[in-house]
Design a protein around this ligand. Sequence first.
Ligand SMILES: *[C@@H]1O[C@H](CO)[C@@H](O)[C@H](O)[C@H]1NC(C)=O
Ligand SMILES: *[C@@H]1O[C@H](CO)[C@@H](O)[C@H](O)[C@H]1NC(C)=O
Length: 146
Amino acid sequence: MKAFLSLILLALCVGIKAKVFTKCELASTLKKAGMDGYNGYSLANWMCLSYYESKYTTNALYDNGWSRDYGIFQINSYWWCNDGKTSGAVSACSINCSSLMDDNISDDITCAKRVVRDPNGMGAWVAWNNYCKNKDVSSFVSGCAL
Ligand SMILES: *[C@@H]1O[C@H](CO)[C@@H](O)[C@H](O)[C@H]1NC(C)=O
Ligand SMILES: *[C@@H]1O[C@H](CO)[C@@H](O)[C@H](O)[C@H]1NC(C)=O
């Protein structure tokens, strides 16, 4: 019971800082952060990636057992951020994974830019490969005043 209550409290605490962006709100935030055309990828590609990785949710967490993916861009704890429990982690963005879970996505954006500068580009994101690559992604920004 005590453990259950702490879980609820934890969920509430996390809930306060977390946020689900609307489509146009995220599109505008990413555009202001210089993502449109960054490393050759249009804003619509970034939006499609975010949709399929996290549904625009800032505290999205996926645990694959040996590492975890954090935040709106589902940034991985082996390659990019440090969660203190991923064996052999490279942590190339030099940030704490927990900072990728709050409603301020400016650090997520900085790290995602680092990820996309690698030779694989957006190919680093499985969801982008599966659902966005070579597709018409224009609907992810359509109707937004940008
Ligand atoms: C990351 O930040 C959290 C919350 O501030 C802290 O509890 C944790 O120890 C930090 N983890 C690492 C690996 O620095
Ligand atoms: C978001 O975080 C960045 C640093 O990562 C900071 O410079 C900025 O002021 C923060 N924005 C808000 C609205 O708190």
